[in-house]
Design a protein around this ligand. Structure first.
Ligand code: PLP
Length: 220
């Protein structure tokens, strides 16, 4: 399958999921995850109408961005863990930082001065390797962000532990939605290639899809 066919297949899956739960296609932002793929893959995806791109690694994306000047309408989302010492570079490269997980990082991004859309990454699983803030830390981070009008906190993001069974992700998606409601945040970034239908049923506004669009990646 080529990118056009894979994109169509993903769009069909999104359509079926939104219809099943009475939502609308335009309520869902498809974030095409292009980590470890070269810049020309983003160009091809953009030409097929994809506008939102998710990247995990600041340095990798910094190398690609000079080749993306044609993508004038694109929005770039950082979806990988961000170290405080890369806050300045990240704020230059991305429109949306989905992975803020501490008040310290929020202040580092604020200090750069560039307007950014922010989501807080929440850790809802016990797995030690997963980044993200524990739910108890949310109020503190949200409070820190609200001191800076140029940082616009719009939502929460999470990444459940990997499971073959997409239904297993529901136990993480549903609490994320409750937390977002509690904090009056409109956006929910959740769901990947194998479980985005479940995420849409649970209220996702942003799904982050890599493999289903671009095929398998090389290991980082
Ligand atoms: C790689 C990645 C994705 C995309 O995963 P696929 O299974 O390839 O769709 C989504 N979100 C995050 C945070 C990722 O690192």
């Amino acid at each position: 399958m080529n990118l056009r066919d894979r994109h169509e297949a993903v769009e069909e899956r999104i359509q079926r999921a939104v219809q099943r739960c009475g939502r609308k296609r335009e309520d869902i932002t498809l974030v095409a995850v292009t980590k470890l793929f070269p810049a020309d893959v983003l160009v091809q995806a953009y030409e097929l109408g994809m506008l939102d791109f998710g990247e995990n690694y600041v340095q990798e994306f910094a190398a690609k961005l000079p080749h993306l000047s044609r993508l004038t309408e694109a929005r770039f989302h950082l979806i990988g863990h961000l170290q405080s010492n890369k806050a300045r570079t990240a704020s230059d490269l991305f429109h949306v930082i989905q992975t803020v997980d501490s008040a310290k990082l929020a202040r580092r991004l604020a200090a750069v001065g560039k307007p950014l859309e922010i989501m807080i990454e929440v850790k809802l699983s016990e797995e030690e390797s997963k980044s993200g803030a524990p739910p108890e830390a949310l109020s503190g981070i949200a409070g820190a962000l609200r001191e800076f009008p140029h940082l616009r906190l719009t939502g929460l993001m999470t990444m459940p532990p990997w499971s073959e069974d997409p239904e297993r992700s529901r136990a993480y998606f549903s609490p994320l939605r409750e937390l977002a409601e509690e904090h009056r945040l409109p956006h929910l970034s959740m769901g990947m290639s194998h479980d985005f239908e479940v995420a849409i049923e649970e209220g996702a506004t942003h799904i982050r899809v890599g493999t289903a669009l671009f095929g398998r990646r090389k290991k980082a």
